[in-house]
Design a protein around this ligand. Structure first.
Ligand SMILES: [Zn+2]
Length: 270
C-alpha cells in the first residue's frame, strides 16, 4: 500500500469525537499563529520543524494521546478548569484535573523552553507540536470546564435532523457549517484569511499575559453558553442557536491563533 494511502486510512481510523475544534478548526488556528510569528521566532522554529507548517502539527496531541508512549504525557491537556467565577488558580486546577490541564502544560513548556537551544531537538519539536494544539483547546467552548457545571457540555442534541453530541457540535460541526456556507470549501487557509483580520490594538489586548489569563478570558467569554444550553429545552440546535454561537466560536478561534503566536514568539523570539 502506498504511504499516502496508509496515512489516509490511519486518519480515518482516528476517533474524532474529542478533537477540540476538529481538524478544520485546529488547522485554521495554527495557520493564524504561523502568520503572526515574528521573523526571528519563525526562523528559530523552522530549525526544528524543517519548515513544516504549524498546521500540520496542530492535531498531533489529539492523534497521539491514546498511544501508549504518549498517553501519560498528553492526556488531560485538552481541557482546563475554572471555578464559577471563571478564575483558575493552581489549587483549582490541581484539585479537579490533577494539574493536567492546558494552562499547566503551557506554564511547564515556558519554563522548560527557557534555554531551548540547550535541549535535544526532539524535545523542542515535541513542545512545538503540543503548543500548536493546546492554546487552541483551551479556547474551545466545550473544553472549558467549570467546577459548578457537571454536564461538561456533553449531551445529545438534534442538529440538521441528526443526533449529535453537543461537545462535538462545538468542536466540529458548527465551524464546518459556517465556513462551508461562506466559501463552499473546507480549506483552513481560506478560513485563516477570513479570521486573521484583527487590528494590532485588538491583538495586543487579547494576547496580554500568558496561558492562565488567556484561559480565564476564554472561561468568561464561554460562560454564557451554559445558560444557552439550559434554554435549549427542546434539545434541538436551530438556526437561532447557530447565529448566537457562531460569533463566539470564531472569536475564540481568533484569540487562540493570536495567543498561540504570542506563546511561540515569547519562547522562540530570542
Ligand atoms: Zn485536544
Amino acid at each position: 500500500m502506498k504511504k499516502s494511502i496508509i496515512i489516509a486510512v490511519i486518519a480515518l481510523l482516528i476517533p474524532q469525537i474529542a478533537l477540540g475544534w476538529g481538524r478544520l478548526g485546529h488547522r485554521t488556528i495554527a495557520e493564524i499563529a504561523e502568520r503572526n510569528l515574528t521573523p526571528k521566532a519563525k526562523a528559530n522554529i523552522e530549525k526544528y520543524t524543517g519548515g513544516t507548517p504549524l498546521w500540520k502539527y496542530s492535531l498531533f496531541v489529539d492523534e497521539m494521546r491514546k498511544h501508549p508512549d504518549y498517553k501519560e504525557v498528553l492526556d488531560g491537556f485538552h481541557a482546563s478548569i475554572a471555578d464559577c467565577d471563571c478564575t483558575s488558580p493552581q489549587v483549582v486546577r490541581d484539585r479537579y484535573r490533577d494539574g493536567k490541564d492546558g494552562v499547566t502544560a503551557m506554564n511547564n513548556f515556558r519554563e522548560q523552553l527557557k534555554n531551548y537551544k540547550e535541549l535535544p531537538d526532539s524535545v523542542v519539536l515535541f513542545a512545538i507540536k503540543c503548543i500548536s494544539h493546546i492554546v487552541a483547546d483551551f479556547n474551545c467552548p466545550s473544553h472549558v470546564r467549570y467546577v459548578d457545571n457537571a454536564n461538561k457540555c456533553s449531551f445529545p442534541a438534534i442538529y440538521n435532523g441528526k443526533k449529535v453530541d453537543m461537545h462535538r457540535w462545538w468542536d466540529t460541526w458548527l465551524i464546518q457549517s459556517l465556513h462551508k456556507n461562506r466559501t463552499g470549501k473546507l480549506d483552513h487557509k481560506q478560513y485563516a484569511d477570513y479570521l486573521n483580520t484583527l487590528s494590532k490594538k485588538e491583538i495586543k489586548s487579547i494576547t496580554k499575559g500568558w496561558a492562565q489569563e488567556w484561559f480565564e478570558a476564554s472561561a468568561r467569554d464561554c460562560r454564557p453558553t451554559i445558560y444557552w444550553i439550559d434554554d435549549l429545552k427542546i434539545e434541538k440546535i436551530d438556526q437561532k442557536f447557530v447565529d448566537k454561537a457562531a460569533p463566539l466560536a470564531e472569536y475564540q478561534m481568533q484569540k487562540a491563533g493570536y495567543q498561540m503566536a504570542k506563546a511561540l514568539n515569547t519562547i522562540f523570539g530570542k
